[in-house]
Write a protein that binds this ligand. Structure first.
Ligand code: NAD
Ligand code: IPM
Ligand code: MN
Length: 352
């Protein structure tokens, strides 16, 4: 029995997590795996009602789970940053989930807007507890014409090394051949100099894995021109955030991009790359595939490889049968795509 905390959050977070749970419940029915789901209300509604963001008692409960399944936070009624810092980043930082693993995988050639691309299959390892995300800085003379606003970027030897090492270990474990470092050491001559030195040192321990390197601007260009050349990519927090939205778009959109926040020694938090999408929330048209593929990453994290692959295969079949929401050119509702994946899952299991 796996203990899973569920935090649907805000907007389409709630809508897509419902579909992910539907799929996980089908997995329970079709295999001998079982889950104990516990749902938590954290997000905008709860905050507006109670003033509470993410209390310490909840973090303690999360620590004891096998995984956390998260939707998204963010609400137009709440000042930007309050929920993002108070719930999402607090989870990542407090549980020390130092890797944000984000696959960029083309499930069907028709899904890429890039001409003539058939195979895109890379995995981003985004450093997840440092960089520009530490929340360090402040204002000076706030509200005056002489205002100073400082946001500090923190890079530690320890933090960089564990992310880079994870990338190489991940490459080895999954049979991938190359790790690419993406930074901006030509401008960030201290912070990313550290990244380059650490990368070089760690890579020496992995002679079986090839390496290469791009500055982040060139990386954005290469991801459009020749995404097939990338395998595992390791990069600082903010660049990883930006490049994985771009990555999502070259393989079908934010509606299918999944992610896992991981610490190999503890629990993990699994969430789609996308946010709460207030522009489409409540319409029943959000694409649940990102959340469903996120559930597959959660299964993988639990060591349930067969189940993880089955869910991925079911998604692939639903896509190739055109069972899609409007963002991917289809006309189905969120729940109808969820149902299509559940049906495909039954077929996948029946074929053994
Ligand atoms: P967003 O990812 O919510 O939406 C960007 C665009 O993509 C929107 O047009 C949206 O409709 C579309 N989109 C996203 N997911 C989709 C899906 N599953 N199906 C169909 N279309 C989808 O980004 P945003 O608009 O910049 O942010 C909205 C809020 O979400 C903000 O408050 C932001 O801070 C928050 N956010 C939260 C997370 C998270 O909780 N992990 C991630 C990103 C943004
Ligand atoms: C993401 C989101 C978050 C991030 C925000 C909401 C804090 O954009 O998960 O990609 O920047 O990491
Ligand atoms: Mn993002």
């Amino acid at each position: 029995m796996f203990k899973i905390a569920v935090v649907p959050g805000d907007g389409i977070g709630k809508e897509v997590v419902r579909e992910g749970l539907k799929v996980l419940e089908k997995v329970e029915e079709l295999s001998n795996v079982s889950f104990d789901f516990e749902e938590y209300p954290f997000g905008a509604e709860h905050y507006l009602k109670t003033g509470e963001l993410l209390p310490d008692w909840a973090l303690e409960e999360f620590r004891k789970t096998d995984g956390i399944y998260f939707g998204a936070v963010g609400d137009p009624r709440v000042k930007p940053g309050v929920l993002e810092h108070g719930v999402l980043l607090k989870l990542r930082f407090s549980l020390d989930l130092y890797v944000n693993l984000r696959p960029v995988k083309l499930y069907h050639p028709s899904l890429t807007p890039l001409k003539g691309k058939e195979r895109i299959d890379m995995v981003f390892i985004r450093e997840n507890t440092e960089g520009l995300y530490v929340g360090s800085g402040g204002f000076l003379r706030k509200g005056t014409p002489q205002e100073v606003a400082i946001q500090e970027m923190v890079n530690t030897r320890f933090g960089v090394e564990r992310a880079v090492r994870f990338a190489f270990e991940y490459a080895r474990k999954t049979g991938r051949k190359r790790v690419t470092l993406v930074d901006k050491a030509n401008v960030l001559t201290y912070a990313h100099d550290l990244w380059e030195r650490v990368f070089e040192e760690v890579s020496a321990e992995y002679p079986d894995i090839e390496t290469d390197h791009y500055y982040v601007d060139a990386m954005a260009m290469k991801m459009v021109r020749s995404p097939e050349q990338f395998d595992v990519v390791v990069t600082p927090n903010m660049f990883g955030d930006i490049l994985t939205d771009l990555g999502a778009e070259i393989v079908g959109g934010l509606g299918i991009a999944a992610s896992g926040n991981i610490n190999p020694e503890g629990t993990g938090m699994f969430e789609p790359v996308h946010g709460s999408a207030p522009d489409i929330a409540g319409k029943g048209i959000a694409n649940p595939i990102a959340a469903i593929l996120t559930a597959s990453l959660l299964l993988e994290h639990l060591g349930l490889d067969k189940e993880a692959r089955a869910v991925e295969e079911a998604v692939k079949r639903a896509i190739s049968e055109g069972k899609l929401t409007p963002d991917m050119g289809g006309s189905l509702k969120t729940s109808e795509v969820g149902d299509a994946v559940v049906e495909a899952l039954e077929v996948v299991y029946s074929e053994g």
